[in-house]
Design a protein around this ligand. Structure first.
Ligand code: HGY
Ligand code: MN
Ligand code: MN
Length: 420
C-alpha cells in the first residue's frame, strides 16, 4: 500500500519534533550536552533505535557504541548505501548538529517505503557516538572504527574524572577488543551520505536552503601544557613570577594574530583552558589548553602550525616556562566524491532554485568515512551561521527540503546501481 508523499513542510515538521525529543536526552538538564558513552548517550541510542525499529529497520550496536539501522534491498541482496552522522554533542549545544543527519536518514528511508518505491541496495543508517571528541580527545573515533582506522591509543585517553575510554566502553557494555570487527567492508558499499547543517553563513548569504559540499577542511587539534611555578598571589613580586596563565595569554594572542594573517580561510582557536591549581590567590603554576587549527588547504594549516609552535616556544623560554604539545588529531583536507556530489546536485536541482557547492570549515564523520568509502555531504542553511550554541536553528522547511533531497539522491543512485 502506498501513502501520499509527505511535503517538505511536513517532513521538516516531523524532523523538528524528533529533534526536540532527542534534545531531551542530555547529561545537563536545561541544556543539550550529550557526551560519548554517557547516560544521555545511552538514552539517545534507545530513542533513535526505537525510531529505527518502528520503521522496520534492523538495529544493532557495534563495538564502539555506534547504532546501526539497516533496511535490506528490495530484491536480491546487493550493495549498500551508508547514511550517517553523530548524535553526540558539544557542551550546551544546539539540537541539530549531527543529530539531523541521522533523523534525515531515518525519514528518507521511511518516505521511500511509504511511496512504495524500491531500492536495489540496502540502506544502513549509522548514529555515531563520538564525533565531537568532547569527553575524550578522540574526535571521529566512532566513524574511524567503521573504516578500520581506529587509533588504539585513544583507549588510554582519560576523561576529566580520570576514566579511560577503554573503561568507559566496557562500562557501556561494549568490547574494545572487538573494535576491529566494527569496520565495514568497502566492497559492498556504494558510498556514504551525510546530511548536516552548514554551521556557517554562506547558504543564508546566498539565500539558499541547501548546498553540496566540495571538501572538508583539514584540521589539527593539539593539547598545550605550560609549566611555570605556582606561588602566593600576595608575596611573589611580578618580576619573579613564572605565571603559566599569562604565558598562555601571550601565546593565545599570537595564535590569533597568526590565524588572521593566514591564507586559505585559515582559522586558529584556543577553546578550552584549565588553569592549575585554580585558586584566586595563587599564581597559576600550570595551564592545559587546546589548540585547533584548520584551513581549506593543507599547506596554510601546516605553515601556521609551525609558526605557532615556534613563537609559543620563544614566549615560554622568555618567561621561564616549559611548554609541551600533544597532537590529538591531524586530518588532511578531504575532497568529497564527485559522483555522489553529482547525485546530491541533481536531487537539489530537481527541487528548484540555484545549486551551489561549498567547502566545509567544520569537521564531520564524512572525513573518516572518506578514508574507505566514496563520501559526500549535503548542507542545510543555518540561521546566522550559528552552531555549537543553543541558538543553532534551521527553518524546518529547509530540514524538510533536505530530507526530500536525500530521498531523491537515493532514487538517483538506485537508477544507476548495477550500471556502474
Ligand atoms: O569540530 C568540528 O568541526 C565538528 O563540529 N566536530
Ligand atoms: Mn559539531
Ligand atoms: Mn557535526
Amino acid at each position: 500500500m502506498t501513502l501520499p508523499a509527505r511535503s517538505p513542510a511536513d517532513l521538516g515538521a516531523l524532523a523538528q519534533s524528533l529533534l526536540d525529543d532527542l534534545a531531551l536526552a542530555t547529561d545537563e538538564p536545561g541544556r543539550v550536552t550529550r557526551t560519548y558513552l554517557s547516560p544521555a548517550h545511552a538514552r539517545s541510542i534507545d530513542l533513535v533505535g526505537d525510531w529505527m525499529r518502528a520503521r522496520g529497520l534492523a538495529t544493532r550496536l557495534d563495538a564502539v557504541a555506534t547504532l546501526h539501522g539497516r533496511r535490506e534491498a528490495d530484491g536480491p541482496a546487493g550493495r549498500s548505501v551508508l547514511i550517517g552522522s553523530h548524535i553526540d554533542t558539544v557542551v550546551d549545544a544546539g539540537k541539530l548538529d549531527g543529530c539531523f543527519g541521522v533523523v534525515a536518514g531515518i525519514l528518507a528511508v521511511e518516505e521511500i517505503a511509504r511511496r512504495g518505491l524500491a531500492l536495489p541496495f540496502a540502506v544502513e543508517i549509522l548514529a555515531f557516538g563520538d564525533e565531537e571528541g568532547v569527553r575524550f580527545p578522540s574526535p571521529l573515533s566512532s566513524s574511524s572504527a567503521a573504516t578500520g582506522t581506529y587509533r588504539r591509543e585513544w583507549l588510554a585517553a582519560r576523561d576529566r574524572d580520570g576514566v579511560t575510554l577503554d573503561e568507559a566502553l566496557r562500562g557501556f557494555g561494549c568490547d574494545p577488543d572487538a573494535i576491529a570487527a566494527a569496520a565495514i567492508a568497502p566492497e559492498g558499499v556504494i558510498g556514504y551520505l551525510e546530511v548536516h547543517i552548514e554551521q556557517g553563513p554562506r547558504l543564508e548569504h546566498w539565500g539558499l536552503p541547501l548546498g553540496v559540499v566540495t571538501s572538508i577542511a583539514g584540521q589539527t587539534r593539539m593539547g598545550m601544557t605550560i609549566e611555570g611555578m605556582a606561588g602566593h598571589a600576595g608575596t611573589v613580586p611580578m618580576d619573579l613570577r613564572r605565571d603559566a596563565f599569562t604565558g598562555l595569554a601571550e601565546i593565545a594572542l599570537t595564535v590569533e594574530r597568526i590565524g588572521r594573517q593566514g591564507t586559505g580561510d585559515l582559522v586558529a582557536t584556543i577553546g578550552k583552558v584549565a588553569v592549575r591549581p585554580g585558586a584566586g590567590n595563587t599564581v597559576p603554576g600550570r595551564v592545559e589548553a587546546s589548540l585547533d587549527v584548520r584551513a581549506s588547504a593543507d599547506a596554510p594549516r601546516l605553515v601556521a602550525l609551525d609558526r605557532i609552535r615556534h613563537e609559543a616556544e620563544r614566549i615560554a623560554a622568555r618567561r621561564g616556562l616549559k611548554i609541551a604539545f600533544e597532537r590529538h588529531v591531524d586530518v588532511p583536507t578531504c575532497p568529497m566524491d564527485e559522483r555522489l556530489q553529482e547525485a546530491f546536485s541533481r536531487a537539489v536541482a530537481s527541487l528548484g532554485g540555484d545549486l551551489r557547492r561549498l567547502p566545509s570549515g567544520a569537521g564531520h564523520d564524512a572525513m573518516a568515512m572518506a578514508r574507505r568509502f566514496p563520501s559526500a555531504m549535503l548542507f542545510v542553511r543555518s540561521k546566522a551561521g550559528i552552531s555549537h550554541n543553543p541558538l543553532e536553528w534551521s527553518d524546518p522547511l529547509d530540514l524538510g527540503l533536505a530530507v526530500e533531497a536525500l530521498v531523491r539522491t537515493l532514487l538517483d543512485l538506485a537508477a544507476t546501481e548495477g550500471r556502474v
